[in-house]
Design a protein around this ligand. Structure first.
Ligand code: 13P
Length: 258
């Protein structure tokens, strides 16, 4: 982290977990133990049907609510899809885009890019995910793969909007497996992502954007991961479903930074 130049962001990704009733219960518990300091931004990205309950519960708090996906089109015949203006109207501040679980369902880099542009237009903060498979890591193409995902995902994002984008590095082999990237492995890729942004935009913009790590981040390993200079927060799956664990990760963001 480097709180001098950029925001630290602790974001939960609930995936397909919790009902609206369970959301209300979770938020009540979270509010009771939420740390008072403001050393990081806190986001919870929840299933679409849980958004109203989450927004209602967290209205007077520092927790911003987000969605887990969006459709890039403004409206129309897209059965089952949700447009960005529906998300903002429902009170969302964030949207996760290009999670590997959605890419596995067929989402392409071009889809990711269209969604990032639509989210920015609507005033949402996109949390754009990238990450390599185990096979890609073993074949030594992690840097090339991530560079491609970043370049294609950020295509046509204007200079004055790049700072609104949050990038999440999530190695696929570390998601939900209990296998966390070591702080050094995660830092190496996050640092590389920042250098790609530097080349595409500028040093100032690269220094200002928040890059998160995701993949089995939990209350035990968060402190060490967040101590890395280019890891500006976490995108947390399993551990964001338990208020006590999520709060411990938020507390880990309260450590001295470089
Ligand atoms: P886990 O924290 O459950 O490994 O999930 C990470 C993730 O995919 C967050 O988007």
């Amino acid at each position: 982290m480097n709180r001098k130049y950029r925001k630290t962001v602790i974001a939960g990704n609930w995936k397909m977990n919790k009902t609206p009733s369970e959301t209300k219960e979770f938020m009540t518990q979270l509010k009771a133990i939420m740390p008072k300091g403001r050393w990081c931004d806190v986001a919870l990205c929840v299933p679409a049907v849980c958004i109203p309950a989450a927004v209602r519960a967290m209205r007077e708090t520092r927790v911003g609510i987000g969605a887990e996906n969006c459709n890039p089109n403004p409206s129309g015949a897209y059965t089952g899809e949700i447009a960005t203006n529906m998300l903002t109207d429902a009170g969302c501040k964030y949207v996760i885009i290009g999670h590997s679980e959605r890419r596995a369902m067929g989402e392409t880099d071009a889809d990711v890019n269209a969604k990032v542009l639509a989210a920015l237009d609507a005033g949402l903060i996109p949390i754009m995910c990238c990450g390599e498979s185990l096979e890609q890591r073993q074949n030594g193409v992690t840097a090339e793969w991530i560079t491609m995902q970043i370049k294609l995902g950020l295509k046509d994002v204007p200079e004055d909007k790049i700072r609104k984008v949050i990038i999440a590095y999530e190695p696929i082999w570390a998601i939900g497996t209990g296998l966390t990237a070591t702080p050094e492995q995660a830092e190496e890729v996050c640092e590389m992502i920042r250098s790609v942004v530097r080349k595409l935009y500028s040093s100032k913009n690269a220094r200002a954007i928040s890059i998160l790590y995701g993949g089995s981040m939990n209350e035990k390993n968060a402190f060490e991961l967040l101590a890395q200079p280019d890891i500006d927060g976490g995108l947390i799956g399993g551990a964001s479903l338990v208020p006590e664990k999520f709060v411990k990760i938020i507390e880990a963001a309260n450590q001295p930074t470089v």
